[in-house]
Each structure stands twice: as C-alpha cells, then as structure tokens.
Design a protein around this ligand. Structure first.
Ligand code: FAD
Length: 452
C-alpha cells in the first residue's frame, strides 16, 4: 500500500497536487527526488541552479521530517531509479507533474512504459503552471496562441483551482534506502555566483509574503526601474516550484489593484511561453519564424558582451549583475538580448546559452522564447524594432544609479552622464572603462538591411 510522489519542478508541500495525489492513493508515500543524470548530460545542471536546488531539497526534507516523513534521494537516470524504488517498495502508482519540454515529455513516456511493464501506473498532475497548455486554445479550439494579447484575454477568464494546503503528515514506509541529501557540488561542480539567492519553500514563502505586503502595490509604477530593483524576484522559486504559481496568482488577485494587475499579467507570460514551447518543442533551438541563419560571427564582440565590457554602461551593468547574482532585472534582460541579437547581430542562441549557464531561474520555455522575442525571431508582432541602449538607459535608469551600482569604473561619474562616458572631456573619462564596441546607428542599419 505504497505510492511514490516523484518531485521534479514542484519542490514544495503546499499546493502540490503530485504529493496530494500520492497521499490519496496509498497509506504510505515515498517522496522521491532523483538527481537526474540526464539533466547533467544535457548541460542543464550549472552551479547556480545546483546551489539553489540543494537549498530547496534541504528545506523540503526538513518540512517532510516535521510531518513524520523524509525525502528519499537517488542519483542516476530518473526513469531507471524511479522504477527501481517502485520495485523495492512495491509501489502501485507513481505520481508526477506534467512538464512542457521535450525532455519532460520523453521522461513521462519512458516512465509510463517502464512502470506499466511491471504492472504499475503513472499518474500525471498539473502542478507547474496556473493554466495548462490545453486550457487556452485559439477559437478553432485546435491550436496554441502565438501572440500574447489574445492569449491573455482568454487566460484571464480561466477558472483557476484553489490552492491545496500542505499535508499535515506524510507517512513514509520504514525501510526505503536513501542516499544523503546532495550538496551543490554533487549536482554540478564549479563556482556559484557570490550574490546568489537562497532556494526553498520556506524561503520562497517568506519572500512571497513580504512581496505581497511591500512590493506588489507599486509594481505597476516601479517594475521597469532598473535601480529600484522593485520586482518580486520570485522567478527561481517558480522555476523550481518552491512556490506554486497558482498560489502566487491567488495571493496577487486577493490583494488587487494596479500593481497586482500588472504582476498577474507577467505570470500569464510564463504560461504563454510554456504553451508555445509545448506546441513547438523545436522553438527552444530554432527560430520560431524562419529568418534564416545570417547571424554575424564575431567572437570578440560576444566575449565583450558576456563579460560586460561593451562600452555601453547599461548593458555592461546588466551583464555584471547576471554574473554576480545569477539573476538579472527583467527590463535589463530585454535590452541586453536586443543588443546582442540586433545591434551586434549575433545569434540569439549564443546569448541564450550564456543566460542558461548563469541564471538561477534559467528555464527552457521562458529563456529561449523570451530570447526569440527579443531577437525578433519569435512571435513578437514587431520583430524589427531595435531597442536603443541609450534611450533605454535614460528611461529606465534616469539617474544612472543602476550603472554605478554594477560598474565600479563609473562610480564617480554623477547622474545620467554615467550612461555616456565617451562624451566626457578627456581628463574625466575613466581610463579603465572600454570605448563602445559598436556604433549604434551602424548596428541598427545592418540589422534592418539583413532583415530586408
Ligand atoms: P517579476 O517582474 O516580479 O514577475 C513575476 C513573475 O512573472 C516572474 O517571476 C516570472 O515567473 C514571470 N515573468 C515575468 N516576466 C516574464 C516574461 N517575460 N516571460 C515569462 N515569465 C515572466 N524568466 C525566467 O523565469 N527564466 C528565464 O530563463 C528567463 N529568461 C529570460 C530571457 C530574456 C532574454 C528575457 C527578456 C526574459 C527572460 N525571463 C526569464 C523573463 C523575466 O525577465 C523574468 O522572469 C523576470 O525578470 C524574473 O524576475 P522577477 O521574478 O522579479 O519578475
């Protein structure tokens, strides 16, 4: 009388339909996490996400222990290991969250086949999105939405189930072998960003509570202000499922107001990109709109972008924030992505890969499809618009505070002058800061010509 709750992108007890399903199915439940060699082999396990994940697993184990259980950990291929634990414990069912990536899809199919061959069942739950891909379809009822606004109109009207409370107790069978909880190094070797956020459900809930009280109300006014740093920073918690998006959505709607409205719209973007990836798995790798591969090859420019030495302070500030925190402000993500793919005209996939190497919230659906959006290869309705980094800097960092925070070479340059150090008279120009690596007008013309 045992079932398995396999934890993937749902590392929490509250509002976890997978855990609830497993608890309803049997008297005893194995809360299982497999450090999946498949994810490591695909290059997706990187130090920042490994550190966040290790924190999240530790918090999950602690919460389970408070309820009489514990987390069971295995290393290896997720399907082989899960099937093995099922055989060892005699579990009749394995409960799993539905994913949208090709990888998640294949994992689900392989797991179902392995379990069914052994007379067991796989039960799949919706636990990662607020509205699942099939929940919002175009008027013909057959297709996904490629454009956000009409998607959002329908998304808003969807009924979203009420969040489930955390279970009071989680009875785990007595003799189940578990490996020790992994630390970050056991998941992915290498150095993490020094300013990385901590992961976990309790940590995420604290942030959510503080955000609902203090941040949400001003979100509409401050979300784009780079220096204010006034967005929720919930993205890694949502990525790993330390928080349930359904829970976050209900909390924001309860609070209400213009800040909550804008915030809810951002949560819809998350569902939107996931349904595009579900419908077009190749969009993670190839241009959504076929623009052909005419990107320039310029390794020196790519390195300058990656290392935050392009000579455009707002771009460099953002790239350095990414390296330092494993996170970047959303407005900054958009402008550095446009800079790489349009102004420098380098392949968006190079930039997307660099983001995935560092972002603690690095996520196939959100990352690849936002990159496609910014590069004009995605479903954007204005694919040829080039963001000018100076205009962006003046609008979203009007006093230059964001730039001075992240680019110490410019720390002494007052106000908005920090955005154009090359215009300062020679003696005031910081010697250790590079000249711009590209002329913006030339870059914009090159892009427009290439796109015809
Ligand atoms: P808030 O502004 O507080 O928004 C709340 C939540 O809404 C976020 O946590 C996120 O879950 C969701 N959200 C907000 N904006 C978007 C968006 N444009 N698309 C999808 N969901 C959104 N987000 C990721 O989670 N992982 C990524 O790998 C990722 N890569 C990106 C790459 C590029 C080039 C761009 C332009 C955006 C990317 N985003 C990604 C989306 C967005 O920038 C981040 O989700 C957001 O900045 C995270 O900060 P926050 O939690 O404070 O967001």
């Amino acid at each position: 009388d045992v079932s398995i709750a396999l934890f993937t992108a749902n590392l929490r007890l509250r509002d976890n339909p997978v855990l609830r399903g497993a608890l309803d199915a049997a008297r005893r439940v194995v809360p299982l996490f497999v450090v999946d060699s498949g994810i490591v082999e695909r290059g997706f396990a990187v130090p920042n996400r490994a550190a966040f994940l290790a924190d999240a697993l530790a918090e999950l184990d602690e919460a389970l222990r408070e309820r009489g259980g514990r987390l069971v950990v295995r290393h290896g291929d997720v399907v082989t290991e899960t099937a093995r634990v099922a055989a060892e414990t005699g579990a009749g069912e394995v409960h799993l969250a539905a994913g949208v990536s090709e990888y998640a899809d294949r994992r689900e199919r392989r797991l179902r086949a392995a379990l069914e061959a052994d007379g067991r069942a796989l039960v799949v739950h919706d636990a990662v999105l607020t509205v699942v891909p099939s929940g919002v379809l175009t008027p013909t009822g057959k297709d996904h939405f490629a454009v956000f606004t009409p998607y959002f109109r329908r998304w808003e009207r969807q009924r979203v189930r009420r969040p489930l409370p955390a279970p009071r107790s989680v009875p785990v069978p007595e003799r189940v072998r578990s490996e020790p909880l992994p630390d970050a190094a056991a998941i992915a070797g290498g150095e993490r960003s020094p300013g990385l956020a901590r992961g976990g459900e309790a940590t995420g809930r604290k942030r959510l509570t503080a955000w609902m009280r203090q941040g949400l109300g001003d979100y509409h006014a401050l979300a784009d202000d780079l220096a204010a740093d006034a967005t929720s920073r919930l993205s890694p918690h949502l990525h790993f499922g330390c928080l349930s998006p359904t829970d976050v959505l209900h909390a924001a709607r309860r609070r209400g107001g213009p800040g909550a409205d804008d915030f809810v719209r951002q949560l819809a973007w998350r569902d939107f990109h996931h349904q595009v990836l579900a419908a077009r798995p190749a969009a993670g790798r190839h241009d959504y709109r076929g623009h052909g591969d005419r990107w320039r090859n310029d390794p020196a420019a790519f390195d300058a972008w990656r290392e935050g030495r392009t000579g455009f302070p707002v771009v460099d500030a953002a790239m350095r924030q990414l390296r330092h925190e494993g996170w970047m402000h959303g407005r900054a993500r958009l402008l550095v992505a446009s800079f790489l793919s349009k102004t420098l005209y380098l392949d968006w996939r190079l930039g997307a890969r660099h983001f995935l190497d560092l972002l603690v919230d690095g996520d196939l659906a959100n990352n690849q499809l936002n990159w496609q959006w910014a590069a004009g290869t995605g479903t954007d309705t204005r694919p040829n618009r080039v963001l000018n980094p100076l205009t962006q800097a003046r609008r979203f960092d009007p006093n230059g505070d964001y730039v001075r925070r992240w680019v110490p070479e410019l720390a002494e340059i007052p106000g908005r002058k920090a955005h154009q150090p090359w215009r300062l008279p020679e003696p005031e120009r910081p010697a250790d800061y590079p000249e711009p690596i590209v002329d913006l007008a030339t870059g914009a013309r090159r892009f427009q010509r290439a796109r015809g």
